[in-house]
Design a protein around this ligand. Structure first.
Ligand code: 6MZ
Length: 347
């Protein structure tokens, strides 16, 4: 049973801004997918990193390859996206920006266009079923696929920005950070920015990305994913920190993901501490709640217990995240109102 403290984090209204769709698939949904495709011989242990386990970042990216084999048709995507949205809602997330890399799969007839349309259909169905959560979509570029695919993806995202009634809000840059260089993707990212897509870029997730981060921060991005190695104590530089601070770019922080993926040695060494102490905009996120076996309530609770945050400070952290969303102003105001109402009941 939940303790009183657990309950506070569950009831706390939350904003999730960094969640990769296929990394967010729960073990229950994974069970269904594995049963649907017995010929693949995939076991549960290949799709999730359990409590106390660690993997190298490289091994994490192998996990995504396995999940992609299991999620390869419109039917799969619809099921997975609906389940992920419902799970976030059940965890007290009131606003979610889901991100995913559109894929094409010849065998199942899946196209990138249909991939995005199917995620949008899942969002529409959840809304129709009155799931208590506002969901937006960020189209992801996998850096592994190079500049041509990146440009194609930006064009697709641009079309949806115009036609999705405000559901598609931005572009993400993600994928294995040890592959490729951001300079090759710069023109695609500039194009995205110029057409009005907000940019949420993974930056300095590994130490070797210093030069790339210098370059990408000139765009500038609207939000930073991870930013683990931006600051000098972690092998970054004062110049990187200056750029992030001067432009006041919010950083999406994913504690469990970074600890389990071993880019951060332990929770108490997480860079959240560095930025939070400076009063810099930080937002706690899950990254891949399925793969890393976590949820957003747990991430808030871990941050609070590790860094000694009061419930009032935790509340502020979740409320300030509203300001870092890519939602239009009226939606932000609606969320602020919801937080104010719930504060009376919860805090
Ligand atoms: C970088 C990550 C990631 O797009 O198929 N992804 N990229 N760093 C991370 N830290 C652990 N976690 C997930 O979701 C899976 C994809 O999201 C990106 C990778 O490109 C991965 O293949 P989608 O829904």
């Amino acid at each position: 049973m939940d303790t009183e403290a657990d309950l506070f984090y569950r009831l706390l209204p939350k904003v999730e801004l960094h969640a990769h769709l296929n990394g967010s698939v729960s073990s229950e949904t994974m069970e269904t997918l594995i049963k649907r495709k017995p010929h693949l011989n995939i076991e549960h242990s290949m799709t999730a990193i359990r409590r106390g386990q660690r993997r190298s970042l490289d091994e994490c990216f192998q996990v995504f390859k396995v999940i992609h084999q299991l999620v390869d048709s419109e039917e799969d995507i619809l099921m997975v996206a609906k389940a992920v949205i419902q799970e976030f809602a059940a965890d007290g997330v009131k606003y979610l920006e889901l991100r995913s890399t559109p894929r094409e799969v010849t065998e199942t007839g899946l196209t990138k266009q249909r991939y995005i349309e199917t995620v949008l259909e899942a969002i529409r169905q959840c809304k129709q079923e009155e799931v208590d959560i506002d969901v937006r979509f960020i189209v992801a570029v996998d850096r592994r696929h190079g500049p041509l695919v990146a440009m194609e993806t930006v064009k697709l995202a641009e079309d949806f920005l115009l036609s999705s009634d405000g559901v598609v809000v931005g572009l993400d840059l993600s994928g294995d950070p040890t592959v490729g260089h951001g300079k090759d993707l710069l023109s695609a990212l500039e194009k995205a920015k110029n057409c009005g897509l907000k940019l949420a870029l993974h930056l300095s997730e590994v130490p070797s990305q210093r030069e790339e981060s210098e370059l990408l921060l000139n765009l500038p991005p609207d939000r930073i994913g991870h930013g683990t190695f931006l600051h000098p104590e972690f092998g970054g530089s004062d110049s990187l920190v200056d750029k992030v601070c001067k432009q006041n770019i919010p950083i999406e922080m994913c504690l469990t993901s970074n600890v389990k993926g071993q880019t951060v040695p332990s929770y108490d060494k997480h860079h959240f501490q560095y930025w939070y102490k400076r009063g810099h905009p930080c937002v706690l996120c899950t990254d891949d709640k399925g793969v890393f076996c976590t949820d957003l309530s747990q991430e808030y609770q871990l941050a609070a217990s590790t860094f000694g945050l009061t419930q009032e400070a935790v509340w502020m952290l979740s409320q300030q995240a509203i300001g870092y969303t890519f939602a239009p102003e009226p939606i932000k105001q609606r969320l602020e109102k919801k937080w104010a109402e719930l504060k009376q009941q919860i805090l």
